[in-house]
Design a protein around this ligand. Structure first.
Ligand SMILES: Cc1ncc(C[n+]2csc(CCOP(=O)(O)OP(=O)(O)O)c2C)c(N)n1
Length: 575
């Protein structure tokens, strides 16, 4: 086996079915070997897309998604997506090419210090120097990505490790030239020895086996104290976040445990949809008020960061239970009364098994439900307002009606997707993808690609701010070439609205935040996809149905929706 084949063998053992990439000479043997092993090699138009796609794969399956990028600029283009995955605690594996080992530091093509660039953004960085170490390094990478607090890992594989031994020896022999002087002979001797070292031990049969990853569980003491606190509480509340679904395969068990526990719950990030479209315990609105009223708050895989207003709405007198794989995150900004360090999903399952129905408080749940219903009625009233173009609130009410039960929503944008998050009801567990705490614009195309391949039967809706769409429109080319039937809804308000709103109010100038009513649907058509434009509310439903039908027939579609300005998001600012 050449080095590329060794890597592909390890990928296969870990159940990898798709390799996301943008090609480059440094990684060709891996792409060819992955294809030969029956994997789908999905080539995209920007390395960031490949890494975002690997991230989405990991979030939806629990198995690290894999991207391969070429040396130098291929690696540098991956950095934002890597950082996004690190902060979202998503366990992806990035394989990066590198200059030949003997030429590193000698002005070789695209030879840069990749360690310095990548190390701050990954859990593990391996720079492989011998062919025999390729398999073990990649095996270690898969385990490390999933262990403890999950996250991305990077395995750097120089090009001379990926081709077969005969080719590399010949290459080094030719590089040594045919001169007869002492320095020529010395050089040949040096390169010969170098090749010797590269392939040392490579003839031995490689053992390819995945390393088992242990599920981290909170201690018995924390479990007992948390169960007692919840049983005592009069107004218990759960906030469940992405990390509770780090295993991905536990979603159904986790939903059953939450239901059994009977504690009203807010769901955020990857936990959205966990309880389906409508569930008596699932609250969607007025979280701040609920936190203020609760006397026992269970934060399951959620940190007290800006998304939770740094924890300041949780009463000081309340019992705060922080279930988290990360001890640091469990203590961020608020010292919990009980820190349960371990998998948050497993902790909820254990709590449910121990407590049964002892924490059910029907009156409290009914109080929260009444508040939730009032907000829904307010949203209905806002959806009924008409303006010149399409009302985004009405748009998402329409999508919510139209989307299938297996729909997956990918959110990439500012106000547009924040509005969607209030209105759309994800249908089932793991059917909502957003960037996470890093708030990175541009995740959309890659996430949609990863989700489409992880869930081939699901209908994919990409909710794209017009600003955000600019990062990934060229991936319509990838959607078309690989037959990925995404429905992209571009919220065209001719603005980077989330920024414009506050900038204009606080500073009196919209500079830098104004876009045009660009014909994004024409761009999609140019790449061979279906493109639709909706300017007026009356065209909306009919066009959405046509886009849905196009996707059902296997064709990607972009719907460019002209939006009215709304005050739906007035006053919201994140820092
Ligand atoms: C990579 C990146 N660049 C810039 C930002 C800052 N930012 C946050 S929201 C936003 C506006 C998004 O505009 P758009 O996608 O059109 O959605 P809208 O707010 O108009 O609905 C910007 C620029 C960011 N979060 N990420």
């Amino acid at each position: 086996m050449n080095g590329g084949e060794r890597l592909a063998a390890v990928l296969a053992v870990h159940g990898v079915r798709v390799l996301f990439t943008l090609c480059g000479g440094h990684i060709s043997p891996l792409l060819v070997a992955a294809k030969a092993r029956g994997m789908r090699v999905i080539d995209v138009r920007d390395e960031a897309t490949a890494v975002f796609a690997a991230d989405a794969t990991a979030r939806l399956t629990g198995v690290p998604g894999v991207a391969a990028v070429t040396a130098g600029p291929g690696v540098t283009n991956s950095i934002t997506a890597l950082k996004n995955a690190q902060l979202a605690q998503s366990p992806l594996v990035l394989i990066g090419g590198a200059a030949p080992t003997a030429l590193q530091g000698r002005g070789a093509l695209q030879d840069i210090d990749q360690r310095a660039l990548v190390a701050p953004h990954v859990k593990l960085l391996r720079q492989v120097r011998r062919v025999a170490d390729l398999g073990p390094a990649l095996t270690e990478a898969f385990a490390t990505a999933r262990e403890g607090v999950p996250g991305p890992v990077f395995v750097e594989c120089p090009v001379d490790l990926l081709y077969d031994e005969a080719t590399i020896r010949q290459w080094y022999a030719e590089a040594g030239g045919s001169g007869t002087g002492l320095s020529d002979r010395l050089l040949r001797w040096y390169l010969g020895r170098h090749a010797e070292r590269l392939f040392a031990g490579a003839a031995l049969p490689a053992v390819v086996r995945a390393r088992e990853v242990r599920l981290p569980l909170a201690g018995e003491r924390a479990l007992g104290r948390a169960a007692a606190a919840l049983a005592r509480a009069e107004r218990p509340l759960a906030v469940v976040g992405s990390q509770a679904l780090a295993q991905a395969t536990n979603a159904a068990r986790l939903a059953a445990a939450l239901t059994r526990l009977g504690v009203p719950a807010y769901l955020s990030g990857m936990a959205r949809g966990l309880l389906g479209r409508e569930h008596p315990l699932h609250m969607r609105h007025a979280r701040r008020e609920a936190l203020r009223a609760s006397d026992c708050v269970l934060l399951a895989g959620v940190a007290c960061d800006f998304r939770l207003d740094y924890g300041r709405h949780i009463r000081r007198a309340a019992t705060l239970i922080a279930a988290n794989r990360s001890a640091r995150e469990a203590r961020l900004n608020r010292a919990p009364s009980i820190a349960a360090i371990g998998d948050a999903g497993a902790f909820i399952e254990q709590l449910a098994a121990r407590l049964g129905e002892a924490a059910r408080r029907p009156d409290w749940t009914a109080e929260l439900r009444a508040r939730d219903n009032a907000r829904e009625a307010d949203i209905d009233a806002r959806a009924a307002r008409t303006g010149e173009y399409v009302n985004p609130v009405a748009l998402f009410r329409a999508v919510d009606q139209l989307a299938a039960d297996d729909a997956v929503f990918v959110a990439d944008g500012g106000d547009f997707v924040a509005t969607a998050s209030y209105i759309l009801r994800p249908r089932e567990p793991l059917s909502w993808l957003d960037p996470g705490v890093f708030g990175t614009l541009g995740v959309g195309a890659g996430f949609a690609l990863g989700a489409a391949l992880a869930r081939p039967s699901a209908r994919l809706w990409l909710l794209w701010g017009d600003g955000a769409s600019g990062f990934g429109l060229s991936e319509f080319d990838s959607f078309v070439r690989h037959g990925i039937p995404v429905i992209a809804l571009v919220g065209n308000d001719a603005s980077w609205a989330q920024i414009a709103r506050e900038q204009a109010k606080l500073l009196g100038d919209e500079v830098g935040t104004v876009l045009a009513r660009t014909a994004y649907h024409e761009v999609a058509r140019g790449f061979g996809a279906e493109g639709f434009e909706v300017r007026y509310q009356r065209e909306l439903e009919w066009t959405l149905r046509r886009a849905r039908d196009a996707a059902a027939a296997g064709r990607p579609a972009l719907v460019n929706v002209w939006l009215d300005k709304t005050d739906f998001r007035e006053g919201s600012i994140s820092m």
